[in-house]
Design a protein around this ligand. Structure first.
Ligand code: IFM
Length: 480
């Protein structure tokens, strides 16, 4: 990574009062205790047991054992000075069968988590769905089946009723792009299906579930100043040659506007429907669905890691598919098999994702122009690198510098008038990185997978200083 002295003009930038600094995790990635206290199986329990789907045959059975180490983990968060903790609720803990009776022990775990956060002055930011669909619902058709949206709303109502007096921010879905296109299109994520039409049906039923869940939440949540949101992983696109405009438009429609269209404008983009006509006729969108999806939100969650460069394939040579996700045979881009994803210029993280902080600034500015008046929160940003423990310390200069550059980009967006309310670093802990198992470490806190001991990395200390001073610190170990 470049260490230009000029970059250090970014150090010393001050964030405004009220800007919330936090860190994020997700249930299946950290909790473990997969068969305890009445939790039912999720699609990730099933998928991770299929040989070849997850690196090394890893599963979330134990993960980082957050379920049993809750108090110590909460103390660690307080020690870092976190102001918010973004976590997700495991639907199969709340309704092991995906519908019907609620498991009180499941609700109790999250109630203890929320209380523990509040006792330590940390705001709970809750995601209701971060990909662990109860397996019985997948057996009944999964997200391509309309009924799943109604079951999700029912589940949201149960969680909202139990925690709605204390939770600061409610998020319906995390990255429905991944749930739909990786889960049902490319097959890289659970449940591992590879059908483009099903992926688009899943898109719609996730959107519908979001809207129906918001209606339920607003009925049952009693905390007056609770905020309601959704988190999307926006694709920031670059184009090359004369096809740049067309290639960017097509991927933007599938990746971004398939969600922002119905959720924030009340309609699917006409070009998306036309582009995918050979895959589906969209007849699964019923009367009144779009009104149900189009609910007011108070905050838009933004997950950002890198950019993508696209062009229309000219049909010669092998088509490039460097879209940053594992190739499991299917396509995550229904109706766009002629779009190429080109290799990005570096530097790269251990995921092979290019490091492009200017993409975050551009995205935040673009969203605030597209949706004026809608506050934004960075709900995920961070980086996997291959950490080395030296004398009991992890000098993760690359991760720290990645964070510094992205915080500086967010600061520039603030300076340009973006209503950005906070930032959740992904991730608090090293954890189960989906198809990559435990091979990729995103944490600012290291987890030793043999002992499950936690060890804050230098990036965690750097972040603690940022939170304490509200000022971007320089990165120890990089020459100024
Ligand atoms: O680990 C994931 C997270 O679950 C969702 N957003 C991207 C992260 C890094 O791949």
């Amino acid at each position: 990574m470049s260490t230009d002295a000029a970059d250090y003009r970014d150090s010393g930038l001050v964030f405004p009062d009220g800007f919330v600094f936090g860190s994020a995790t997700a249930s299946y990635q950290v909790e473990g205790a997969a068969e305890e206290d009445g939790r039912g199986p999720s699609i990730w329990d099933t998928f991770s047991r299929i040989p070849g789907k997850v690196w090394n045959g890893d599963t979330g059975d134990v993960a980082v054992d957050h379920y049993h180490r809750l108090d110590a983990d909460l103390d660690l968060m307080r020690g870092l000075g976190l102001q918010a903790y973004r976590f997700s609720v495991a639907w199969p803990r709340i309704q092991p069968g995906g519908s019907g009776p609620v498991n009180p022990k499941g609700l109790d775990f999250y109630s203890r988590l929320v209380d523990g956060l509040l006792e330590r002055g940390i705001a709970p930011v809750v995601t209701l769905y971060h990909w662990d669909l109860p397996q019985p619902l997948e057996d009944a058709g999964g997200w391509p089946a309309r009924d799943t949206a109604y079951r999700f709303a029912e589940y949201a109502a149960h969680v909202g009723a139990a925690l709605g007096d204390r939770v600061d921010t409610w998020t319906t879905l995390n990255e429905p792009w991944c749930s739909a296109y990786l889960g049902y299109g490319s097959g890289a994520h659970a449940p591992g299906r590879t059908d483009g039409a099903d992926a688009l049906r899943a898109v719609h039923h996730l959107n519908l579930g979001h809207g129906l869940a918001l209606r339920e939440l607003r009925e049952v949540v009693t905390k007056d100043d609770a905020r309601f949101s959704v988190t999307l992983n926006f694709h920031v696109l670059r184009g090359v040659d004369g096809t740049a405009h067309e290639a960017k438009r097509r991927i933007d429609a599938l990746a971004n506007r398939a969600f922002t269209g119905p959720m924030l404008r009340g309609a699917y983009p006409a070009d998306l429907v036309t582009d995918t006509a050979s895959v589906t006729d969209w007849s699964f969108v019923q009367d009144d669905d779009l009104a149900a999806v189009h609910q007011p939100i108070d905050l838009l969650g933004v997950n950002y890691y890198s950019t993508a460069t696209v062009r229309v394939w000219d049909g010669t040579g092998p088509r490039q598919t460097n879209d940053g996700h594992k190739d499991m045979g299917g396509s995550p881009w229904p109706g766009a098999d002629d779009i190429e994803f080109l290799e990005q210029p570096g530097p790269y993280t251990a995921m092979g994702w290019n490091i492009a902080p200017e993409g975050l600034e551009e995205l935040l500015v673009s969203l605030s122009e597209q949706f004026p008046g809608l506050p934004l929160m960075v709900t995920e940003n961070g980086a996997a690198f291959d950490d080395v423990v030296v004398d009991g310390r992890i000098h993760d200069v690359d991760r720290t510098d990645y964070l510094r550059r992205h915080f500086a980009a967010a600061h520039r967006a603030l300076h340009r008038g973006v209503d950005l309310r906070g930032y959740q670093v992904w991730s608090l802990f090293d954890n189960f990185e989906w198809g990559y198992g435990y091979s990729k470490r995103f944490g600012i806190v290291r987890v030793d997978y043999d002992t499950l001991e936690r060890l804050p990395k230098d990036s965690a200390y750097w972040y603690a200083e940022l939170v304490r001073t509200r000022t971007i610190p320089p990165v120890p170990g990089l020459a100024i």
